[in-house]
Design a binder for this molecule. Structure first.
Ligand SMILES: Nc1ncnc2c1ncn2[C@@H]1O[C@H](COP(=O)(O)OP(=O)(O)OP(=O)(O)O)[C@@H](O)[C@H]1O
Ligand SMILES: [Mg+2]
Length: 721
């Protein structure tokens, strides 16, 4: 391909970065200014012009989705596959190094990743054994402490605990680490730390990677934490070149240890030059100006200005809903119109602050028959039945996996109670051995009562027989046999109702996922099963939905980083939700919430809707919230408010998505909220909402037969009933 093609579609500043001589560089710029595009073109440039081999390129980003997209974009730009190039997430790439050198990292070949759930379970067990009150020391918080220490690169021996509380946490950290090491388990934070330590302790290995990865590139650099920074620095060594791109205004992981100061540190440590991009290509002027105005309320910014020569676009619509159901109904009706106008669902995203907010939106979408896909959240591989099945597979692949052992020893119930388990745990602790071997030892020593002994013996036999049965089988057959032979299938089939059915379907889905799994060519796994298990732990559920199906994209604001969509809904923009309650309590957190709001708004290309609800039921509680302060920070000329203008007295007994709202008059409309009306084509329905005025005004009616529709009031010819 022609080199000029590489830089033709770029502005001067972007071109300067893409075509810069080999050096260390920071590209600092606001949202939508083409940072990721520069990074992709730089990779292509390195290969085309500097004749860099794909093997010498190492590119890091934050999510699997982003990594996948980056690879596709590079391949499209170069018009060839770039298999040998390392493009991945911090965790994915460190995991890959650990796999290749597990022995040097002191890990068994079949080491497993402990996910957050397993981690909490394990800590709970340790707390019990150590006689520590779980109520005073919630396992989740202890897990948080441990991960935070690891993110700082600290092992127990590096920590000086001055007060008794920290001394206690430190003891748990030590015990937890011992247990993980014994079982060959690594948690997420461990993957990075262990890889970092491995490289630091093995100079030959480090040298090997340093000589290989001549060109390092990092996207979303503002969200790196201490250990990630150290890791990058180590790999870069003295000779390699690193291009980082980032935006301090989009740093949203401070709560998890990310350090935006790393940008300044990079400039010093790497004597790097800075290139700033200032033109935004993503959003309309209204969206961009409103986002810029919002972020200006933060202090200590590195300072950037963004402009666009794109069109003004529509104003940002702000919808005041009276509750979360009304909000969902609003969103869904807008998506329906979007679809009816000939657009694709996948060009539309719903963004929310917390995963729990998705459920009510999902229900509304389901009701309207609109397909959706959730990124993050309750992922396929995190569902209970799937984790059960995976735990059996993990135990088959590695008998030292204590977390898997704990999960399945009495699932399905086989009469192995807490007492028996405590015996086994005690033995494991005293003898420093994994639970699996401890169970065998306990049996041999005849410490268990008759019934318990038989149950444990049967379990061990079951796993061993299963192992014999499946070793020679194909992966999907392995999964199928395991799910059936273990009794999991029968157990979930016996579970009544919708939930049981869904679980059985999920297990079947797991079998087909195994069938579709292709081990990566350039990664070294001793078996397909091992590769699959690693994939399930690392892949954040992105394969779950049918990838080719057109669907609305739903995700938290955090997972939307780096992405863009023509139509965006930001829901639940209320005080106490967003900014979150906790952000009032810690300094700096409010500004981080504002950056998150900036990230959310700047995902939108053409149209942005922001909604808030007067009252909301979440986590089983009804809360009354005022609109978020962030809304007041948006300039008036960029927004339009859609609201029911009269005071609405709240319905006493409104059912889910029912239209039984109170009868309050709409200003000027001639219709009442909740009024029953008749439409010539759609039949009878209930008035839900009204927007605009005069000839532009539109009315929303929930028709009994065809569901909710927005109609132009002037043409609707509604008859009152
Ligand atoms: N010079 C250009 N000409 C036309 N379109 C461009 C140009 N540069 C970038 N774009 C487009 O603008 C959009 C935003 O680019 P990109 O995603 O690279 O921005 P970004 O700075 O990485 O944003 P974020 O901060 O959100 O990650 C993309 O659709 C991209 O293709
Ligand atoms: Mg980007």
């Amino acid at each position: 391909m022609d080199v000029s093609e590489l830089i033709d579609g770029l502005n001067d500043k972007q071109r300067e970065a893409v075509a810069a001589p080999l050096s260390n560089m920071l590209v600092l710029a606001g949202a939508g200014s083409g940072k990721t595009r520069v990074l992709v073109h730089r990779i292509a440039w390195l290969m085309q012009v500097e004749h860099a081999s794909p093997y010498s390129i190492f590119a890091v980003t934050f999510t699997n989705k982003a990594a996948k997209e980056m690879r596709t974009r590079v391949e499209e730009t170069l018009r060839m596959p770039v298999g040998g190039m390392w493009i991945g997430t911090f965790h994915g790439l460190s995991h890959r190094i650990l796999r290749a050198h597990h022995r040097e990292a002191n890990l068994p070949e079949a080491f497993q990743i402990l996910d957050t759930d397993d981690q909490v379970r394990m800590i709970r067990r340790l707390l019990k054994a150590m006689n520590i009150d779980e109520k005073k020391w919630p396992p989740k918080q202890v897990a948080w402490y441990i991960s935070a220490r690891k993110d700082e690169g600290q092992r127990p021996k590096d920590i000086q605990a001055y007060d008794v509380n920290e001394q206690l946490l430190l003891r748990v950290y030590t015990a937890y680490q011992d247990a993980c090491d014994r079982a060959g388990l690594v948690d997420f934070a461990e993957i990075l730390l262990r890889c970092y330590e491995l490289l630091r302790q093995q100079p030959t290995l480090l040298r090997h990677y340093q000589q290989r990865f001549r060109h390092m590139l990092v996207d979303e650099f503002q969200d790196t934490n201490s250990i990630q920074y150290q890791w990058l620095r180590l790999l870069a060594g003295q000779e390699n070149n690193m291009m980082i791109v980032g935006d301090d205004d989009q740093s949203i992981y401070g709560w998890r240890g990310a350090k935006v100061e790393n940008i300044k540190r990079f400039l010093d440590d790497f004597s790097a030059q800075t290139i700033r991009l200032e033109q935004n290509y993503r959003s309309t002027a209204n969206i961009l100006n409103a986002s810029n105005a919002l972020i200006q309320n933060n202090s200590e910014r590195m300072g950037k200005s963004l402009w666009t020569d794109g069109n003004q676009g529509e104003p940002i619509s702000i919808y005041a809903a009276f509750n979360e159901l009304d909000e969902s109904r609003f969103v869904v009706s807008k998506i329906r119109s979007w679809l009816n106008a000939g657009n694709a669902l996948q060009d539309c995203a719903i963004l929310y602050r917390n995963n729990a907010q998705s459920r009510v939106l999902e229900e509304a979408l389901l009701q309207e028959g609109l397909k959706y896909r959730i990124y993050g959240g309750m992922r396929f591989f995190e569902r209970q039945e799937i984790k059960d099945a995976l735990a059996y597979l993990r135990l088959l692949s590695n008998r030292q996996d204590d977390a898997a052992f704990e999960r399945v020893i009495n699932t399905p119930a086989r009469g192995i109670g807490d007492k028996t388990l405590s015996h086994i745990r005690d033995c494991a602790r005293n003898e420093s051995m994994p639970l699996w071997y401890a169970a065998k030892a306990v049996l041999e020593q005849k410490h268990l009562a008759g019934r318990a002994a038989t149950a444990v013996a049967r379990f061990i036999e079951l796993v061993e027989q299963l192992d014999d049965k499946v070793t020679e089988l194909e992966l999907s057959e392995q999964a199928k046999t395991t799910i059936e032979y273990s009794g999991l299938m029968a157990m979930y089939q016996a579970e009544k109702g919708e939930k049981g059915r869904a679980r059985v379907e999920n297990l079947e889905e797991l079998i087909s996922a195994c069938g579709q799994y292709e081990p990566p060519i350039d990664e070294d796994f001793s078996s397909a099963l091992q590769g699959f298990l690693a994939y399930t732990s690392l892949e954040s559920g992105e394969g779950q939905a049918d990838e080719h199906e057109d669907a609305v994209q739903m995700m938290t604001l955090h997972s939307a980083k780096g992405l863009e969509f023509p139509l965006v809904f930001m829901v639940g923009v209320e005080e106490g939700m967003f900014p979150s309650q906790q952000s009032h309590e810690e300094s700096g957190r409010l500004e981080e919430e504002r950056r998150l709001c900036y990230v959310g708004m700047t995902r939108a290309m053409d149209k942005l809707y922001i909604s808030h609800a007067e009252s909301r039921r979440l986590y089983g509680q009804e809360k009354h919230h005022s609109p978020s302060r962030f809304l007041r920070e948006l300039p008036e000329e960029c927004i339009e408010e859609i609201r029911i203008k009269t005071q609405i007295s709240r319905p006493v007994n409104s059912g889910r998505f029912s239209a039984s709202v109170t009868h309050a008059a709409f200003e000027d409309s001639g219709y009442n909220l909740g009024q029953r009306v008749l439409h010539a084509k759609f039949g009878a329905g209930t008035v839900l909402n009204y927007e605009g005025s005069g000839a532009q005004s539109r009315i929303q009616v929930n028709f009994d037969d065809v569901g909710t529709k927005w109609l132009v009031t002037a043409y609707a010819r509604l008859q009152s009933l």
